[in-house]
Design a protein around this ligand. Structure first.
Ligand code: PLP
Length: 454
């Protein structure tokens, strides 16, 4: 079995080498298990910009793990904070009790978020953050005497995780079609992607603000009194880097304000520096009512997600007798002590190394580098915004996604770089500490991969 390929050199088993059964038993998420297990791509350790395979081969990380490790891998202050926390408080309940890290981290996140986004609800992943935000939106309208507002509006080509709320408002057919009935009362705005009018744009396309006007049509169809919230990613990441067109998010905000609809930004990817700001809301000068976050808050080192709520949303719940629970929602591991310690250390690192500003300063160099691949064979479109880049390749006839799969395989095994794919779109989102030389290395290698798979 493919393990022979991993056990280089025989003799001493390298750290991270697996027994055959181990490879079999793990049912991998969002992975073509059979193809993977024939030729596994395994990483055993990581530092800064690199992963290392069990046999010690360095792999340049072109996707921050899974859009998580924004400050790079295994940074000392984060590792030390987790180690210290593990020896102090293994678990601290946050139902009816509390621990200092939870309150400290919430304060820091609230201080970082724009405007009066000033209360933080913790959970453990982006999917949980999305379902939490949708529930807060529904309960908010209930608390303010508008219980008829139950409809939720997402967007085509949106990704909001894998809970039933998230796949219902999400707009990815493969994530929905085999799972039966979705939430009822959900509509979708159209995607903002239009290759004909936007191809090879760096940053936000000029064309496409009018896609927000579809919200007016949905209000006309259902009546504003039935609509609770709109949820969008400021940049759709998982469906292949689709930045909001210029003016689009402002227009969504205006329409939501006009009709009393809550606006939720899903910033699970865009939060914590990916677009050169703490949150994309700041980049676009638009204040949503709720922000979801995950990933970059702990640099991926400990699972954590959360929702930041504006003051008026939070305060709407703070009524009734004081001994009453205000929101019947929460997770055993909400604000886990290890996650809080990792989060605080990660925020310190972003501050101390000014990493959001670094990402902003790097964006033009990065965008030029990614765009330099436009003349490679077959490339249909390239999109970049912040430190993200996506390259659309044509699908092989009858085998959609197969070329993309081959691209990540070749990148990993032959070029020593980790990239991701969404179908036949190659996606790159390296840590924000990437140097100009490493940008050149990554892009050079991806260029070779394109030549090979085309
Ligand atoms: N929302 C967005 C925008 C995401 O990109 C993701 C994951 O990539 C999620 C939600 C789900 O996060 P998780 O995988 O942590 O549940």
């Amino acid at each position: 079995m493919a393990l022979d390929e991993m056990a280089l050199g025989g003799g001493e088993r390298p750290a991270g080498e697996l027994a055959p059964n181990d490879l079999e038993a793990f049912w991998m998420p969002f992975t073509s298990n059979r193809a993977f297990k024939k030729r596994p791509r395994i990483v055993a350790s990581a530092k800064d910009m690199h992963y290392y395979t069990p046999d010690g081969r360095a792999v340049l990380d072109g996707c921050s793990g899974l859009w998580c490790t924004n400050p790079g891998h295994n940074r000392e202050p984060i590792v030390a904070a987790i180690q210290k926390a593990a020896g102090e408080l293994d678990f601290g309940p946050t139902f009816q009790f509390g621990h200092p890290g939870a309150f400290r981290l919430a304060s820091r996140i609230a201080a970082l978020a724009p405007g009066d986004l000033d209360h933080v609800f913790f959970c453990n992943s982006g999917s949980e953050a999305v379902d939490t935000a949708l529930k807060i939106a529904l309960a908010y309208h209930n608390a303010t005497g508008n219980s008829s507002r139950t409809r939720l509006i997402g967007r085509e080509r949106g990704y909001h995780g894998v809970g039933f709320g998230g796949i219902s408002v999400g707009g990815m057919v493969a994530n929905r079609r085999t799972f039966g009935t979705m939430l009822t009362g959900v509509d979708h705005l159209p995607t903002t992607y239009d290759r004909k009018n936007q191809a090879f744009t760096k940053g936000e396309p000029e064309y496409g603000a009018h896609f927000a006007d579809e919200l007016e049509r949905l209000v006309g169809l259902h009546d504003a009194s039935t609509i609770a919230a709109v949820i969008v990613e400021p940049m759709a990441g998982s469906t292949g880097v689709i930045p909001a067109p210029q003016g689009y998010l402002k227009r969504l905000r205006e329409i939501c304000d006009k009709y009393g609809i809550l606006l939720i930004f899903d910033e699970v990817i865009t939060g914590y520096g990916r677009l050169g700001y703490a949150f994309a809301a700041e980049r676009y000068g638009v204040q949503p009512d709720l922000i979801t976050f995950a990933k970059g808050i702990t640099a991926g080192a400990v699972p954590m997600g959360g929702v930041i709520a504006r003051k008026h949303v939070h305060d709407a719940f703070m009524k009734g007798p004081e001994h009453m629970v205000e929101l019947f929602h929460g997770y055993t591991y909400s604000a886990h002590p290890l996650a809080c310690a990792a989060g605080l250390a990660t925020l310190d690192l972003y501050r101390d190394e000014d990493l959001f500003a670094r990402a902003k300063a790097l964006e033009p160099y990065w965008a030029d580098a990614v765009m330099s691949l436009k003349d490679k064979p077959g490339v249909l479109d390239i999109r970049t915004v912040g430190i993200t880049g996506a390259i659309d390749l044509p699908a092989r006839e009858g085998l959609p996604g197969q070329r993309g799969y081959e691209a990540i395989e070749r990148a990993f095994h032959e070029e020593g770089v980790m990239i991701r794919t969404a179908g036949d779109t190659m996606v790159m989102t390296p840590p924000l500490i990437i140097s100009n030389e490493q940008v050149d290395e990554l892009i050079g290698k991806v260029g070779r991969v394109i030549e090979k798979v085309m």
